[in-house]
Design a protein around this ligand. Structure first.
Ligand SMILES: [Zn+2]
Length: 92
């Protein structure tokens, strides 16, 4: 770890779908549990997290780019069925 200091003042994260930075509040945290992408709706799940806008567009972009396995440092493919369901419900 060098060069970057932990910026706790401004919690910005990059969406793994559209690659745009957003405030963490506007993003959905995703963790992987036993080969499945699970939405961390309460922000309490342990482990490495990936962030994505809770929209179908960003989710599908991330899936197509295989961004989740890369961001989460796991072997793909990952099951995103639950993510799709949650995002589908949240999105307008
Ligand atoms: Zn996005």
């Amino acid at each position: 770890m060098s060069g970057q200091t932990r910026a706790s003042c401004c919690p910005e994260r990059t969406c793994v779908g559209c690659r745009q930075r957003s405030a963490r509040d506007g993003l959905l945290r995703v963790v992987v549990i036993e080969g499945r992408c699970v939405p961390d709706l309460r922000g309490t799940l342990p482990g490495r997290g990936a962030y994505v806008h809770p929209t179908t567009v960003c989710l599908e972009l991330a899936v197509r780019r295989r961004a989740f396995p890369r961001a989460l440092r796991v072997q793909g493919p990952l099951d995103v069925g639950e993510l799709r369901r949650v995002v589908g419900q949240t999105a307008p």
